[in-house]
Each structure stands twice: as C-alpha cells, then as structure tokens.
Design a protein around this ligand. Sequence first.
Ligand SMILES: Cc1ncc(COP(=O)(O)O)c(C=O)c1O
Length: 375
Amino acid sequence: MQQPWNAIAFADLPIRDELKSQHAYGAPQLDVPVRLNVNENPYPPSQVLAERIAQAVAEAATQAHRYPDRDFTQLRSSLATYLTHDTGVAVDPDQVWAANGSNEVLQQILQVFGGPGRSALIMTPAYAMYEEYCRTTFTQLHTLPRKEDFDVDLDRAIATIQALQPSVILLTSPNNPTGTALSLETIEAILEVAPGMVVIDEAYTEFRRHGVPSAVALLPRHPRLIVSRTLSKAFKFAGARVGYCACAAAIVDAIKLVRLPYHLSAFTQAAACAALAARDEMLSQVEILKAERDETVRWLRGLDLEVPDSDANFVMFGRFEDRHLIWSELLRDGVLIRETGPRGYLRVSIGTPEEMTAFRTALLKAMHSQRAVFG
Ligand SMILES: Cc1ncc(COP(=O)(O)O)c(C=O)c1O
C-alpha cells in the first residue's frame, strides 16, 4: 500500500509558479567506462595524499562537537597563498572568500548584488547555471550573444551595458562551453562602463595557454571586480566541493551578509587545507592535460570540424546535423560526452590518453554511421 506521505505528486505541491516548469540542473551521471562530460580532472590524488587528507579530516573529527571556524581563517590563508603563487599578485586572506563549490560563491554574489528590481548581464553561450542563480535570487537576466568566434562583442557589450545598467556582469574566462579566454583589455573596457559589479568566472583558469593572463592581475586597480575560481577542475578536488573568489575585503564583508552560518564544514576546511598544502601534486597533470587538449583540437580540426581555440580542459566541436545521434552513438560505445553549446555542437572533457583514444575511436565510428544515415 502506498504510504500517505508519498501520495502527494510534484504537481500538487504549492511550488513557486516560476519553478513549476523547471527541471533540476545536472549532467547525466551514468556508470560508463569513459566519462568525459563534466570537465573533471581524470587523475585522482595519489594514495599517499589521500591518506594525508584523511588524516586531516580525522583530526577535525575529534572536534566535531563544535561548530567550525565560520570564517575559515586557515583555508583563506592557504587560498591566498595559492592565488599569489598562481598569478604573482599579492592577495591577502581577507581578500578571499570560499564556499561549497564556486556555484555557491557565485550564487552568494547574486544574492548580495542582484535581487528584485536588479539585473545581471551574461554573454552567451555561457555556463547554464547562471540562469539558475538569477532565478533563485529574483535577478532579471539579460543575455548578449558572443561573436561567431565566441569572443565577446565588445562594442555591443559596451552599448548594452550603457543601455541596461546591469547590477552584475558575469563573464566566463575561459568560457564554458566554448573554451574561449577573454583578454585583459576586453575585461578592463567592460569595467570602465560597468555601473555595478563585474564577476570573472575563472573555473578553468589553470588550463589557460601560455601567455593568457588571469583577471586577478586587474584586482589591484578595480575595486568592483570579483574573480571566482574553484578547486574542482585543474585542482582535481571536485568531490570536496570547494570554490572561492578574490576581491576587495569590503566585498567579502558584504558576502558574509548572505552566507548561511558555518556554511563550510570542518571536514571541508581540513581536507581543502591538506590538498592546498600539496599544491604541486594536485596540479601535476595540468601540463599533460593541456597538451592532450591541444592535440584533441588539432585532431578534430583534421576531421574538418569547427573547433574554437580552448584555454580550458575541454573542447567544443561541431557542427553536426544531428548532434544527439552522435552523442548517443558514443554513449553506446561507453563514452559519455556533453550535448551542450550552440546548435550542432558537442563538448568533450579532456581525459587520460586511454580515454581520449576511446573517444576518438567512438567518434570516428559515429561520424561514419551518421554519414551513412544522411548520405
Ligand atoms: C564556468 C563554470 N563555473 C562554475 C562552475 C562550478 O563549479 P564548482 O561548483 O564545482 O566549483 C562550473 C562547473 O562546471 C563551470 O563550468
């Protein structure tokens, strides 16, 4: 017999009107041999490091009857040291904020600087979650398409910003799903006209090609700039859920107005500090992944596909008459990639050499059978 508490259907719930037609965000989590769909780092931490992280978590467990340090002082200090090392810009711990993934950091920024009667501007194609942060925070979302090469159309961006006066401008560099990095000149030109906050989402920044700078370099000159980052990608710590941002100390104080009490658990703080202490090991495969990415771009272009330059750990490629067919064929061969981006495009995350061989083999097969279908 069905229990009464399960008798209620989703449609009967008094959900907010604008949520009723929505679907929960999330890429398929399928148990297949080759998973190249959510831009993870395919290399796990070593056993020795995993044990060191476990030891740090065990020590935190001895104090688990107490709430954690709500300002996560030690973690902010470790993140500031890492940022200074990566960018050469001196970042203080009070200029750093962190949360459970950069998703939470970005949502907190929208909670503080967006809201009812305010708007945010993004450049599309963009990371799908931006729309959700705006919906959740009742911020009106404006979108401006990027140019054909997926760079920001600066003249149109400036005109749009002047016309719409958005409270928040959210730019991604390198961009997901295109892989395109923005120049500092473009970001500065946008900062010149932005009436509110400018957020640069640098989730993939450690994969940028040689000579491509981080927007952290602009922080000393631009007090309304926030640079958001994550340990989920190059840092191979997606399972721990740690994202962070660098910004003026006053912005950190503003974000504290919306954070939930003790939002970063003692276990997360301990694990992240242990991982950051092993920075060189955590990042040790980044150069291998960058080389594999560049090789993947070359190989896909050799198939006469359209492939934008990528500064990230993924490559977008197309255009297929029926991308879903290609995606399904790859999945049938045990290779999961992402059906995302503009019409006709697909995105593959960079995996190990073995995984990329499986991807190439499956793609060639799928393209061959699609050609057979479409003649
Ligand atoms: C552009 C971009 N920003 C932010 C995130 C969120 O990452 P996390 O919450 O794991 O830090 C992602 C995840 O894929 C992303 O692609």
